[in-house]
Design a protein around this ligand. Structure first.
Ligand SMILES: [Ca+2]
Ligand SMILES: [Ca+2]
Length: 70
């Protein structure tokens, strides 16, 4: 995974956060993965949530997302 700028990370986060509540859940990631079939798979998404979710609530906040990608 390459580094993004903060603006890029915010844009991708907003795209994945389908309900706009400021947190990404695994379900939203899965839906995003389906919409981008072939680029993301379920196992990698679950791994991503485990790695990026630093406070362990199983949701990725924008701060966690940025910490992982930026
Ligand atoms: Ca959400
Ligand atoms: Ca979290």
């Amino acid at each position: 995974m390459g580094k993004m700028t903060e603006a890029e990370a915010e844009a991708v986060f907003a795209e994945i956060d389908a309900d706009g509540n400021g947190e990404i859940r695994l379900r939203e990631l899965r839906d995003y993965g389906k919409a981008h079939a072939g680029t993301l798979d379920g196992v990698k998404l679950a791994d991503f949530v485990r790695q990026a979710d630093t406070d362990g609530d199983r949701r990725i906040s924008l701060a966690e997302f940025k910490a992982f990608f930026v």
